[in-house]
Design a protein around this ligand. Structure first.
Ligand code: AMP
Ligand code: MG
Length: 316
């Protein structure tokens, strides 16, 4: 049945339309990456500013070579170690990649997703698929088909693959010879990259002078209700507060609703359930504001706190 849906969705992509589909990170809103008119529809539907480039999704390593330049030993090592998986690699683009995909940059971000539906769709469409997250720009990322429907009710086709397994967006790195720069943290951490590339310098572009990746915008992925990072000193939460916590604690303040992303403070579980918890609080009409417990910024905690801080930034 799903194969049937995939074939129809692939036809929509081939005809220049848009399809929302699951990946292991979040749901993507995809178009034929080589068709600039189709890609323009993504920006229109998402209300995404044109300065924010898209990630191109591929199903075969051969596509990496046609879409980019400088595929050297280090790049191959990263793809062998982490693809298919939640790692986007930014490289100089080849001529066939339309400027609208990269917002005029001479580099392009490429990823091979670790999700059977996504891979089958790309193969059936027979083209690379440009896909940002399937949400309105700046809002919460979608980790289920329902989340996509909530924000983009007019999308032509949504492939439903259930809840995504990783739950936060891919790690993004750029690579230039033996210098690798982390542009956006994700479940693949700096130490994972360092271990894969022993003779390479790995930098964290946390505080860039200029905007390298709009994923580094201070405010992003926000719920429509105020979100505050929970201050342990604040013993009492205001009325109609929702609290998102990550593990059973001795002390948990009284809240109208509490959602645990994990019972044991397990980082992989927290990442996988973070956006679902925020969506559930956003959808609950009895909740006026949301509080969320912070996590230590170590390992995967860096990526989790990155998403939490960005989601809360505009409500500070
Ligand atoms: P989204 O899929 O909505 O999470 O957005 C994709 C992210 O990838 C954005 O934050 C982009 O800035 C980043 N990105 C895509 N292409 C590039 C590139 N060529 N250079 C730097 N960042 C990129
Ligand atoms: Mg996004």
């Amino acid at each position: 049945m799903i194969d049937n849906h995939i074939e129809k969705a692939a036809q929509i992509i081939r005809n220049g339309g848009l399809v929302a589909f699951p990946t292991e990170t979040v749901y993507g809103l995809g178009a034929n990456a080589l068709n600039p008119i189709a890609v323009a529809k993504i920006f229109e539907l998402k209300e995404r500013p044109s300065f924010d480039p898209l990630i191109v999704h591929i199903a075969s390593i051969d596509n990496l070579k046609t879409l980019t330049q400088n595929v050297d030993k280090n790049v191959i090592r990263l793809t062998e170690k982490f693809w298919p998986g939640p790692l986007t690699i930014v490289l100089p683009k080849s001529k066939i990649v339309p400027d609208i995909v990269t917002s005029g940059l001479n580099t392009v971000g490429i990823r091979m997703p670790d999700n059977e539906i996504a891979l089958k769709l790309i193969r059936a469409a027979n083209c690379p698929i440009a896909a940002p997250s399937a949400n309105k720009f700046g809002n919460l990322s979608p980790v289920s088909a329902e989340h996509v429907r909530k924000q983009l009710p007019n999308v032509e086709s949504i492939l439903d693959g259930g809840n995504t397994s990783v739950g936060i967006e891919s790690t993004i790195v750029s690579i230039d010879g033996n210098v690798c720069t982390l542009l956006r943290p994700g479940v693949i951490t700096i130490s994972d990259i360092e271990n894969a590339l022993p003779n390479t310098f790995v930098f964290n572009a946390e505080k860039p002078d200029k905007l390298i990746a709009p994923g580094l915008l201070k405010s992003h992925y926000s719920p429509v209700k105020p979100l505050y990072i929970f201050d342990k000193q604040a013993m009492n939460l205001p009325e109609s507060s929702g609290l998102i916590a990550h593990g059973k604690k001795d002390f948990i303040p009284t809240a109208s609703k509490i959602i645990y992303t994990s019972k044991t403070f397990n980082y992989l579980e927290i990442a996988a359930n973070l956006f679902s918890a925020l969506h559930a609080m956003e959808d609950d009409e009895n909740i006026k504001q949301i509080f969320i417990e912070p996590v230590p910024e170590l390992g995967l905690g860096l990526a989790i706190m990155d998403r939490i801080k960005k989601a809360a930034y505009k409500y500070q």
